[in-house]
Design a protein around this ligand. Structure first.
Ligand code: GRF
Length: 240
């Protein structure tokens, strides 16, 4: 196989998006993606168990949040340098990444957000809060966004999005579950595309795709059981 594409994942919670990367890419011999480090924002989270089960080394932000003697910024810079990461993925990472770390990883750090940015994003908009806000506002469509990370929460250049319809009797929990199932397809699809140089951020900060984007393109037939809500062009009723 050609050279590995080294990925570090940062997580704060259950790590189901991290697991999707492990299952669809890291464990897939045909993929160049190898997850070389999980960075956990705190101990005792589900993502750590998943990393241990997959044999991925874990670094936990010391002191809960302070980053220990070297500080959060120093800890992250050192850990990501040690991981020798080609790509850094924020997969349910709830802390703002320090500006120096963002600059060091510019164009090489992505985040997944469970709504269609720039709507329903920003500080404090995570987890159930996002889906509650979508329902309260009466939005008919929500979705998933993957974007490059800049100094603000949920603001950097958008790499990919996928819509999820809001249903008449949705609860925040039901909506979150449908969005999460789509996250598990979109995030690995974007990591896969980045690893193959099919998408990148250009010098002027614009995302350039070298092929049409849709998340079903790369994955196995059984993945079609995951409801994408709206079929990609040419792949569903009425598609052309
Ligand atoms: C996901 O909805 C993700 O988009 C958001 O936090 C949730 C994390 O889920 N940022 P998990 O930890 O990947 O299971």
């Amino acid at each position: 196989m050609s050279e590995a594409y080294r990925v570090a994942v940062l997580a704060s919670g259950s790590g189901s998006n991290f697991q999707a990367i492990l299952d669809r890419l890291h464990a897939e011999p045909a993929s160049p993606v190898r997850v070389t480090r999980l960075v956990a924002s705190q101990g005792g989270i589900g993502a750590i168990e998943r990393a241990e089960a997959a044999g991925v080394p874990v670094s936990t932000l010391p002191g809960g949040s302070g980053g220990g003697p070297e500080g959060e910024e120093g800890f992250l810079l050192r850990t990501l340098r040690e991981a020798d990461a080609d790509l850094v993925v924020l997969a349910g990472y709830l802390r703002l990444v320090p500006a120096r770390v963002v600059r060091a990883c510019w164009g090489r750090m992505i985040n997944i957000h469970p709504a269609l940015l720039p709507a329903f994003g920003g500080e404090g908009m995570y987890g159930a809060r996002v889906h509650r806000a979508v329902l309260q506002r009466g939005a008919r469509v929500t979705g998933v966004t993957v974007h490059f990370v800049d100094e603000a929460y949920d603001r950097g250049p958008i790499v990919a999005q996928w819509p999820v319809p809001v249903l008449e009797d949705d609860t925040p929990e039901a909506l979150a579950a449908r969005v999460l199932a789509v996250e598990h397809r979109v995030l690995p699809a974007v990591v896969d595309a980045l690893s193959r140089d099919e998408v990148a951020l250009d010098e002027s900060g614009v995302v350039r795709w070298r092929r049409p984007w849709f998340p079903g393109a790369r994955f196995r037939a059984e993945d079609d059981s995951v409801p994408l809500g709206i079929a990609p062009p040419g792949h569903g009723p009425g598609g052309s």
